[in-house]
Design a protein around this ligand. Structure first.
Ligand code: DC
Length: 223
């Protein structure tokens, strides 16, 4: 660590495809911090329910599943690996259907509280960039830097479509709007701008520009 600098906690929240994951990963790498993708936890619960043939909208089943799973994050050859109950599920959790199941399980208060301590433990020592929907508002309310990353629905749909061109742009846009509605409209820990968060609109901007802006904000806070 450079003398005089502190290892702060950085919370990055925002809607699906706002660029959170990419920005968070680069910021963490440049600061020498760890990166925690909290969406992976909700995806892990969604995937486990799908495999068990259970319904992600069933609050009781989802809460029981969330409290049974143990997660481990690990860096290997420059990429973040996620193990669920000891099995590497880094690729399996990325699918579109798993994302939808994750958004459905994330509505249940029991699931959110089962995953809360794991997230707080991962952020407790500082030197961390954590991304999700409620990191600045609920998980790490004392984070020294909170960033809310946003982009227009059209731009987010274009980005997602470019990554998975198999689905028509209009359909990708419709799915994203539904996900926004579910993530922002739920009663418990909805996606919203924390009072003390920096709002960063990434529409029409490069990843590098946004990464530099977030690093500058982190430096202002002693990182
Ligand atoms: O960021 P993501 O697309 O991997 O997240 C998948 C779903 O998990 C998202 O639609 C809502 C939920 N989620 C959440 O509710 N809270 C978080 N901190 C992270 C993700």
């Amino acid at each position: 660590m450079i003398p005089g600098r502190v290892r702060i906690a950085i919370a990055i929240d925002g809607p699906a495809s706002s660029g959170k994951g990419t920005v968070a990963r680069f910021v963490a790498a440049r600061l020498g911090y760890s990166y925690v993708d909290t969406g992976a936890l909700y995806r892990g619960v969604g995937l486990a329910l799908m495999r068990a043939g259970m319904d992600p909208t069933d609050a009781e089943a989802a809460t029981e599943m969330a409290s049974k799973l143990a997660f481990r994050f690990e860096w290997r050859e420059g990429s973040l690996r996620v193990a669920v109950n000891g099995v590497d599920e880094s690729e399996a959790i990325r699918g579109e259907a798993v994302g939808r199941a994750a958004s459905a399980v994330a509505v249940h208060p029991g699931v959110r509280s089962a995953l809360l301590q794991t997230q707080r433990d991962l952020g407790a020592r500082g030197g961390v960039v954590m991304d999700g929907r409620d990191i600045g508002t609920v998980v790490l309310p004392n984070a020294q830097l909170k960033v809310y990353l946003d982009a227009s629905l059209d731009e987010r749909a274009r980005r997602r479509h470019a990554e998975a061109p198999g689905v028509a742009l209009e359909e990708v846009r419709r799915q994203l709007a539904a996900r926004d509605q579910q993530d922002s409209g739920r009663a418990t820990a909805p996606l919203k701008l924390a009072e003390d968060a920096e709002y960063v609109d990434t529409t029409g901007r490069s990843v590098e520009e946004v990464v530099q802006q977030v690093i500058a904000l982190a430096r202002e806070r002693g990182a």
